[in-house]
Design a protein around this ligand. Structure first.
Ligand SMILES: CC(C)(COP(=O)(O)OP(=O)(O)OC[C@H]1O[C@@H](n2cnc3c(N)ncnc32)[C@H](O)[C@@H]1OP(=O)(O)O)[C@@H](O)C(=O)NCCC(=O)NCCS
Length: 131
């Protein structure tokens, strides 16, 4: 497995495909699908400390990032899940950027909750919002 730096590669197209697979439960920060232009501007603004495509045997299977607040984001294409790729990618990310990590997971995202628990994360708090 290789982690490919999004900021120094042409990654917008594949990252947009990942966004198209995302369901509302899987993102608590972005609800609406951005346009392709908005998406490209977002990447160009370098929003995260680190952002990687996950490559396995020459194929991109997903993406992972570390936000400036030390939050981890991970998305594996549905067809590539349950192969251990998510766990390996997050472990690599954590090794590259040692320190404290957070993961913000929606309450209905059971798979991700068990995923992060298996990586040794503990429940810190429940955050409520009123909009
Ligand atoms: C959560 C996600 C990243 C898991 O990736 P994955 O590559 O399928 O997970 P892995 O195969 O590496 O599994 C790692 C561990 O998590 C557990 N796990 C993964 N998916 C699970 C699921 N759907 N239900 C329960 N446990 C699950 C596995 O059993 C495995 O445990 P093990 O270490 O005991 O074998 C993937 O389902 C995904 O991309 N989901 C959509 C995006 C998302 O919700 N991201 C989280 C918000 S940042």
């Amino acid at each position: 497995m290789n982690l490919i730096d999004v900021y120094s590669s042409d990654s917008a197209g594949i990252l947009y495909q990942l966004l198209e697979e995302r369901t509302p439960q899987q993102s608590i920060s972005h609800k609406a699908m951005p346009t392709r232009r908005e998406h490209e501007n977002f990447i160009a603004s370098k929003p995260y400390t680190a952002w990687y495509l996950i490559e396995v045997d020459g194929e991109i299977v997903g993406a992972t990032y570390l936000s400036k607040q030390r939050e981890i984001g991970i998305f594996i294409f549905e067809a590539q899940r349950a192969n251990g790729y998510g766990k390996k990618a997050v472990s690599l990310l954590m090794r590259k950027h040692p320190g404290k990590f957070l993961a913000n997971i929606g309450p209905e995202n059971g798979p991700s909750r068990s995923f992060f628990r298996k990586l040794g994360f503990e429940l810190l708090q429940l955050t409520y919002v009123h909009e």
